[in-house]
Structures are given as C-alpha cells and as structure tokens.
Ligand binder design. Structure first.
Ligand SMILES: Cc1ncc(COP(=O)(O)O)c(C=O)c1O
Length: 391
C-alpha cells in the first residue's frame, strides 16, 4: 500500500527496492514485515552513530521540548556551541551553517567569489573541479559535478567552470590559472567510486592555489567527520584548505550542512551575502554536538581505523578474486571495484539481510555506521562473498 501510494503521490526522482523500513536500532534496520537488515549503507554515510543512538535520542528529545526553530533573526546557543567545536578541532576560524551537502557547496562557491571580488580581482570567477567529482545537484553544485547523466537535461548550468583530471598533476597545472576563483575537490571521492586523492595531487593543487591566489575548497560532505579514521579526511594528506564543506553525518540523520573557513575568507563576508531560514537551528545543532563529540573522540577514530582494516582484510580473504578488480578506500569508506555491474547485486545482498550501495557502475560502496564491531564485519563480508560467488 505504501509503495503503491508513493507512486501516486511522490514525484519519481528515486528508484527504490520494495522494502519499507519502520525502525532501526544500532547497526540494524527493520522493515514493516519485521525482517532485520545489517546496515552497511548508513543512509549513504549519514548514520555515523547507527540508528536510535540513546544519547542522540535523549538530546534531540530534550531539545525538541525546549526549542526547535526561531530562524536566523535571533541568537541561539546550540549553533554557537557546535561552531566552537568545529573551529577548535580544525584549520578553520569560522563556520557558516547550511542544510545539506549541495547547499554547503553552493555557499562555499559564493564565499569564494565574494572573496576574490573583495580583493579587487573582478575577472577571477572560474571554479575548477575534477573528473569523477560529486558535489550535489543544485545548479552551482551540479555545474561542478562533471557527469553528463546528471547535467544533460538542465543546461544552461552555472558558467565559468573548468574540469581537470582527478589525481593528474599536469592537468591540475593546466586548469588552475590566474582566472580561477576556487578549486573544489573531495579528498576521497565518494559517488565517483571511492577514490582517494593522492597526497602528491592534493599538495600540488594547494601549491597552485597559493601561486595563483585561488581558494581551495575541500568537499568532505561524505568523507569527513571520522569516516576515514581521521576527524577530517584531509588530515591524512597533510594539506589544509581555505574552505571545507560538511554535511551527511554531522547531525546523525537530521538535515544540516556546514562551511568551515579561515578568517581571511570570513573577513570578506557581510550580512546578506548568504542566508537560510532553517540553517543552524537549535534542534539540528544540538543533535550535531552529540555526533561531533562521539566521532572526534580519539578512541572512536582508532576504532574506525581498526574496523576499516578488518573489513579490508575480510574482503581480501573472502571475495572471489575473478570478480574483484580492486578494494580501496580509507577507514570505513571502502569501495570494491567489481568486474560486473553492481546494480543487480545490491538487492540480492538486501535479500540476504545486508544493505549496501553502489558508487558508479561497478563499485560496491561500504559506508557502515562507525560503531560497527568485528562480528558485523564478518557477517557482512560473508553475505557479500556469497552474493558475488553466485553472480
Ligand atoms: C562529496 C559530496 N558532496 C556533496 C553531496 C551532496 O550532498 P546532499 O545530497 O546533502 O546535497 C554529496 C552527496 O552524496 C557528496 O557525496
């Protein structure tokens, strides 16, 4: 009935399997027939603490009873307390809150153009992105997401965008030039197939940005906040950005986004440059404090690295070699590049009680809740191996 009514009442932007979820607990989700699923999708790298985490539920329930929304016309404490945490733990000096990943990237692009204008560099408007990138589906974010399938029907896109080859130093040198306002790059590409940048690439991009007065934006919407075993993925590469975007896991499943920035960038922003009615509201900001405190704990980051290693080893040991091209990624952001299309395999894994998600045509993406244990890893890899063997 739900599925039938959905077809009638909801616009068809999504393809979904015939499963209706009713509730979740920890690493498990349950459908309306009571079937249990081990969740290695985590709402596409969102549910970092799993489902219905008791601390998160308590904080959200308490905050909902106190104050949910007043708009950005007024001061509220939770957003400030969250921003202080983000700034203290990072390269950044200031935070702008948004409601999603795409919206955070829109904000970062606007702030970069404003920065260049405020420095009197009128023609410096080009935004550089790289092949395989995914930055979102709003018009600005879409323009820097170079995938024909996503862009084709929506032209004209935002002008002044140039696309280089990801992890190609020579290409970076060609596309980052004197007319460039900003470069946007994922330290670990997510939708593009779980592809980590090389350290040499990010270092060269940083050097080129410094050389040409270009701002560097790291999009850590998917790879940030503990996912890679580092609080911020770029820490693994020893390269710091001028702006950084976050979203997915930040509020543990409630909609939020954030743009972290240096004081140099913040100094060029004035009231009215950008705004959002909902952004940084007390409820989402309080939820995000719970997530941030948990994922920034060094013991949690060590756990993520250990579980990531275990997952990698189990996949190496169990998967049929003739079906696997490469297992790659960092921490609990792992991609298994297959010799076969991944789309038919995801529902087969769900049938066996494991939720996964594809990234591109042939990459199986594993982005479980960061709280998984060894038994979860073993159970998941058994199911993946059995589905791949039968494929
Ligand atoms: C790296 C990255 N940037 C931006 C986005 C867009 O985020 P949202 O779907 O919250 O707009 C995504 C979503 O998958 C992403 O992975």
């Amino acid at each position: 009935m739900i599925i039938q009514n959905e077809k009638q009442f909801i616009a068809p932007t999504y393809t979904r399997p015939d499963i209706v979820f009713s509730h979740g607990s920890g690493v498990y989700l349950y459908d309306t027939d009571g079937k249990q699923y081990l969740d290695f999708c985590a709402g596409i790298a969102v549910n970092a603490l799993g489902h219905s985490d008791p601390d998160w539920v308590a904080a959200v329930s308490e905050q909902a009873g106190l104050l949910t929304h007043v708009s950005n016309l007024y001061h509220t404490a939770p957003a400030v307390e969250l921003a202080e945490r983000l700034v203290t733990a990072s390269f950044a000096d200031k935070v702008y809150f948004a409601n999603s990943g795409a919206e955070s990237n829109e904000g970062a692009i606007k702030f970069a153009r404003k920065y260049q204008r405020m420095h009197g560099r009128e023609g410096k408007t080009t935004i550089v992105s790289f092949s395989g990138a995914f930055h979102g589906r709003t018009m600005g974010a879409l323009a820097v997401t170079p995938r024909e399938k996503y862009q084709a029907y929506f032209r004209p896109l935002m002008p002044d965008v140039r696309v280089g080859e990801f992890n190609d130093l020579e290409s970076a040198e060609n596309v980052i030039t004197s007319d460039t306002a900003a470069v946007i790059v994922e330290p670990v590409q997510g939708e593009g197939g779980i592809r980590p940048a090389t350290q040499a690439f990010l270092q060269r991009v940083r050097e080129l940005c410094d050389l040409h007065d270009v701002l560097l934006i790291f999009d850590e919407v998917q790879c940030g906040l503990g996912r890679t075993g580092y609080l911020f993925a770029h820490e693994a590469f020893g390269v710091a950005p001028d702006l950084l975007t976050l979203a997915k896991p930040l509020a543990g499943g409630l909609p939020i986004g954030a743009v972290l920035m240096t004081d140099a960038v913040a100094a060029t922003i004035q009231p009215g440059d950008h705004a959002s009615t909902f952004a940084g509201g007390p409820l989402v900001a309080r939820a995000a404090q719970v997530v941030f405190d948990r994922v920034s704990d060094p013991a949690m980051l060590a756990h993520i690295r250990d579980m990531g290693e275990h997952l990698h080893e189990q996949l190496e040991g169990k998967l049929p070699q003739d079906k696997v091209v490469e297992i790659r990624g960092m921490g609990l952001m792992i991609g298994v590049e297959l010799t076969v299309p991944v789309a038919p395999l995801v529902p087969q894994m769900a049938e066996q009680g494991l939720l996964t998600v594809g990234a591109g045509e042939k990459v199986l993406r594993l982005v479980p809740p960061l709280i998984i244990d060894k038994d979860d890893v073993e159970q998941a890899t058994d199911i993946i191996a059995s589905v791949l063997e039968a494929a």
